[in-house]
Design a protein around this ligand. Structure first.
Ligand SMILES: NC(=O)c1ccc[n+]([C@@H]2O[C@H](COP(=O)([O-])OP(=O)(O)OC[C@H]3O[C@@H](n4cnc5c(N)ncnc54)[C@H](O)[C@@H]3O)[C@@H](O)[C@H]2O)c1
Length: 324
């Protein structure tokens, strides 16, 4: 399926991007190029591919249009993952989140739109676009108001995706990820997500800190489900005639307490969590409808949260034995 096809993965040294690169190379892609400035990604994530003749790394910044244009040259499929993630980071420094996530995104859209070789661009959107809407499950088209600078940036991406489709006839697909987790997600980053933090606590046999009383729930999504969505969105949509946004999740809700219990069970520890106040802007519950993704690209998540946690915990254990 991937033979004789060329891919550009922006943010390919990051968590989701490097898992996607690994999948593409393992499954026969003829060319995989990564554009990443290593601001939040890690050279070690791409080191295993450096000697593969089909792999190319461009260390560069999506805020520079010429860099984006060079990265896109000769490429057929783009998965645009580069962005500054994390709501708290965007609250601390909204200007840099805006520059990377909006200006950088716009640069990639322009570079892709002008490329004669390009067949499809997909990009990482976010469940944060549902904002303050309390309705469950979350269905595309039923968004509320954004709750953070990060959510604004991801929402603006979708607005640009729509406008590029209408104005230039350049059609992209936004993948609204819901709390993706898995191997290669760094727990030592100041803006680390909840699952790598819980994994680290379990490995160190320490109590995890839960913001709130543990009843908040999320549609946690194992990274291989997100990889499947990327590949299908890139390849299975030759007849796309407008901009589309689709939820990428499992359609299952797990509370933070249940999440900790599953991780503690995988680690074989019995430790009670500690609780701290809720974080401002955190919505109580998130659960996706994935009907649109199923219909549009044939998305069919293969991994449950529990399976994903088992695989991820094993990876963390291996990694920690040589140091993350
Ligand atoms: N992980 C999740 O749960 C989740 C949820 C919703 C959306 N997303 C989105 O998915 C994408 C990938 O997320 P991730 O968790 O892998 O994050 P990540 O931080 O691990 O990966 C992002 C990559 O982008 C790179 N990058 C940042 N700024 C750049 C710039 N100016 N130029 C070039 N490269 C730059 C970073 O170095 C990093 O390698 C992001 O767009 C994120 O907003 C992630």
């Amino acid at each position: 399926m991937l033979i004789n096809k060329s891919f550009l993965i922006t943010g390919g040294a990051g968590f989701i991007g490097s898992n996607l690169v690994e999948y593409l190379l393992e499954n026969g892609a003829s060319e995989v190029r990564v554009l990443d400035n290593l601001s939040n990604g890690y050279r070690e994530n791409i080191e295993p591919f450096i000697n593969d003749a089909r792999f190319e790394f461009i260390e560069g910044d999506i805020r520079d249009l010429n860099t984006c244009k060079k990265a896109v040259e000769g490429i057929e499929y783009i998965s645009h993952q580069a962005a500054l993630g994390s709501v708290p980071r965007s609250v601390k420094d909204p200007i840099i989140s805006n520059e990377v996530n909006i200006t950088g995104f716009l640069n990639m859209l322009v570079a892709a739109k002008e490329s004669p070789s390009l067949k499809r661009m997909v990009y990482a959107a976010s469940s944060s676009s549902f904002g303050d809407s309390a309705k469950l499950p979350k269905v595309e088209g039923e968004e509320g108001k954004p709750l953070s600078p990060y959510a604004v940036t991801k929402w603006v991406n979708e607005l640009y995706g729509d406008v590029f489709s209408k104005v230039y006839g350049f059609h992209t697909i936004g993948l609204r990820y819901f709390n993706v987790f898995g191997p290669k997600q760094n727990p030592n980053n100041p803006y680390a997500a909840v699952i790598p933090l819980f994994m680290k606590a379990a490995m160190e046999k320490k109590a995890p800190i839960i913001n709130g009383d543990g009843s908040y729930s999320r549609d946690f999504t194992f990274v291989q489900n997100a990889i499947q969505a990327n590949v299908k969105a890139m390849l299975a949509t030759p007849d796309l005639d407008k901009h589309e946004v689709i939820n990428i999740a499992v359609g299952e809700r797990t509370t933070l307490i249940q999440l900790w219990d599953a991780i503690a069970a995988a680690a074989g520890v019995n430790i009670q969590p500690e609780f701290s106040p809720n974080r401002p802007g955190d919505i109580p519950h998130s659960l996706a409808s994935i009907d649109k993704a199923r219909a549009l690209i044939g998305y069919d998540p293969k991994y449950t949260v529990r399976e994903g946690i088992g695989i991820t915990y094993e990876w963390f254990e291996r990694k920690f034995s040589v140091g993350v």
